[in-house]
Design a protein around this ligand. Sequence first.
Ligand SMILES: *Cc1c(COP(=O)(O)O)cnc(C)c1O
Length: 242
Amino acid sequence: MGKYIIDEERLKAVGENYRRISDEVRELAVKAGRSEGDVRLMCVTKTVEPPYINEALRLGADLIGENRVQEFLGKKDELELSDVQAHLIGHLQTNKVRQIVGEVDMIESVSSFKLAKEISRVSSARGIVTDCLAEVNIGREESKSGIMPEELFETLAMISELPGIRIRGLMAIPPICGDMDEARRYFAAVRQYFIDIKDKKLDNINMELLSMGMSADYPAAIAEGSNIVRVGSAIFGARRYY
Ligand SMILES: *Cc1c(COP(=O)(O)O)cnc(C)c1O
């Protein structure tokens, strides 16, 4: 492993952060009236070099999230991924679908019917079913991808007809908020969609996973029913790029 210059201080900090936050996530789950293991902590590993990721994995992290297809495929072989799941959480272009299907356990960033159709086509051709989450653009932001809330039901109904793709829940990134209360209102809105869709009982659409909450706001997200929190900088430190 001579490839990386390891910053021992940072390595230690990653371990401490991981342990502290995973304990906190368990406590927050209980505080929200759920069981301790109900909320999964995803370590968001974009821009992070493999030695630091492996430190969290050795301490028990079992879920990582990467944003870019190329970056993930480039470092995958250096990660200690046995019994660890990897999700793609970043914007996915249709022309990259071929490269990522079968390489991750879930694609959380299904942001359009067009993308779902391509995942369906590639997965079917390979004889597999790809687990996905539908990404909701909860703040209706131009700068963000995701399905607009008012189009969510119709889009999911169309996706439900496709082979090779199974929607297992929702993912959302709310707008940057000034305070926790504001963030919480967005999370509550996502949760309401989650419940409404679940009540519709569409074939092939299972509302079991609600992925919301990042370093700045995961406590508010857990309070509003999140069961996957995606935490990057609070574990690995500030990112210098992206
Ligand atoms: C980067 C990223 C995260 C983690 O962000 P932090 O603020 O560093 O915790 C979570 N989700 C998505 C989709 C991201 O791109």
